[in-house]
Design a protein around this ligand. Structure first.
Ligand code: ADP
Ligand code: MG
Length: 463
């Protein structure tokens, strides 16, 4: 294949060996089996890939690693270029580019000559199994989806994945689609949201094209329908899905559905359809635990080539515990901030930047009792003394501080706070807050004390 003088193919072989030892077989197979050493020039290697999708993914995931290894082996900076290999090599060579600006409309299905030319639809270029972080909460769902992608229509049919918002349902179901598009091109796979399915169906009725609609969905080998809770109350679409289901099921075609709750909790869903969805495998996705949240954040940082301090990641993980999408959004916000202002993200910056998004979480989860315990401890008092009736200065002052912090850190009203402090009146709480604020003017150590206490309260709450 290569007849030029700058032959880097041996270096490339060594590079592959090293990469293979560092990543999983699955990952290696997915990306590097599709990358071919095409030719080279002085300080440049040209690879061929079957699609722009693969080119972009390889650039995103591995370009740094490839460059580092090649630089080490050759002692020079090697430029990496890609061509997308269409049917004929000569045609591909004219499309040589050194950066990812090839417009490549239909190359996703053009890599194997034996494959009949047909349009492959990627559900999304973003979601793949290897960007999904597996935790205890999701390993069952992940393995089921992976098994389905590898062997559709065999064991888990139909499969229903359910779980709350932002827990990875779409990620998993689209990963099935993309995996099949990449690996089993002869299968006809269709990903659709229940909403799109409904709209298309209604339109087909209006346009008198229901037969075409039926053909489209009943001739697939694999049907993936996302967010079936959307079907509630839509009886004619349910009817259509019911028949589609039966057709596909009878011919052993694979179906996968996602839903934001167990099917049994769906209202206004025809019983016969409910029983279809519940047939087969039902798996739930639970919110990730702290370690998994950290792993997800680390993976996202890695993907974006961004190094974030652990204390910042810990801060995010501790504040967001029910939704991976929100977890991701926090990280994206910080990375954007960092890049735009060219500043490294410290814990303080993270706290400041995310305080609005987290205030709800925080207010909900800090109990006044926590504040009382931490403040009492700091002043060497008991929690009961702080809540009690005694008004000696040694107790009254810490009590006022605790009231002030309760106002600052929680959403409780002065009346509610007063109630928590031995049934005191709300004016007492207001007076306490004014008094502490006044102290800030005269006592320069006051601010430090309050800050320190607030940090301890946050720590206490998290542990
Ligand atoms: P759902 O469809 O359940 O509402 P999504 O699949 O859209 O949730 O997930 C929301 C976001 O969180 C997506 O960007 C997705 O990639 C990400 N995400 C969810 N779970 C994981 C996971 N286990 N590992 C990596 N990313 C995840
Ligand atoms: Mg979704």
């Amino acid at each position: 294949m290569n007849n030029d003088t700058n032959n880097y193919s041996l270096f490339w072989k060594e590079t592959l060996i090293r990469i293979r030892s560092e990543i999983s077989e699955q990952e290696y197979f997915t990306w590097f089996n599709r990358l071919e050493y095409e030719s080279s020039k002085l300080n440049e290697i040209i690879f061929s890939v079957p699609s722009k999708f693969i080119q972009d993914q390889i650039r995103q995931r591995y370009i740094k690693k490839i460059n580092d290894i090649l630089n080490e082996l050759t002692g020079t900076e090697i430029k990496i270029s890609f061509i997308i290999k269409k049917q004929s090599v000569s045609q591909a060579k004219t499309e040589l580019n050194s950066d990812s600006d090839i417009t490549d409309k239909d190359s996703a299905h053009s890599n194997k000559k034996t494959v009949p030319k047909k349009k492959k639809e990627y559900a999304s270029n973003l979601y793949s199994f290897d960007t999904f972080v597996i935790g205890d909460n999701s390993s069952f769902a992940f393995n089921a989806c992976m098994a389905i992608a590898k062997n559709p229509g065999t064991t888990y049919n139909p499969c229903l994945i359910y779980g709350g918002v932002g827990l990875g349902k779409t990620h998993l179901i689209q990963s099935i689609n993309n995996h099949v598009c990449e690996n089993t091109q002869e299968l006809n796979i269709k990903y659709v949201t229940a909403e799109t399915f409904t709209n298309e169906f209604i339109k087909s009725v209006g346009d008198r094209k229901t037969q075409q609609f039926k053909n489209k969905y009943r001739k697939v080998d694999i049907l993936l329908i996302d967010d079936i809770h959307f079907l509630q109350g839509k009886s004619s679409t349910q009817e259509e899905i019911f028949h589609t289901f039966n057709d596909l099921y009878d011919s052993n075609k694979q179906m996968v559905f996602t839903c934001d709750r167990p099917v049994s909790e769906l209202k206004e869903l025809a019983a016969r359809l409910r029983s279809r969805f519940e047939r087969g495998l039902n798996v739930d996705l639970q919110p990730p635990n702290f370690e998994t949240r950290m792993a997800i954040l680390r993976k996202k940082c890695e993907k974006q080539n961004y190094e974030m301090e652990d204390d910042v990641l810990t801060f995010i993980s501790k504040n967001i515990n029910t939704n991976v999408r929100d977890l991701e959004a926090s990280l994206t916000k910080l990375i954007a901030y960092s890049k735009l202002l060219d500043k490294k993200i410290t814990l303080e910056i993270a706290q400041e930047q995310l305080k609005d998004s987290y205030s709800l979480n925080r207010e909900q989860s800090i109990a006044i009792e926590t504040i009382q315990r931490v403040v009492a401890d700091y002043f060497n008092l008991s929690y009961f003394e702080l809540r009690g009736k005694k008004r000696t200065r040694a107790i009254a002052f810490p009590r006022q501080i605790a009231m002030y912090i309760s106002r600052k850190m929680t959403d409780y009203s002065t009346t509610e706070i007063g109630y928590e402090f031995g049934g005191r009146d709300h004016t007492t709480v207001m007076h306490a807050c004014q008094r502490i604020e006044g102290q800030f003017q005269t006592d320069s150590t006051m601010d430090n004390v309050i800050q320190k206490l607030m940090r301890s309260i946050n720590e206490y709450r998290r542990n």
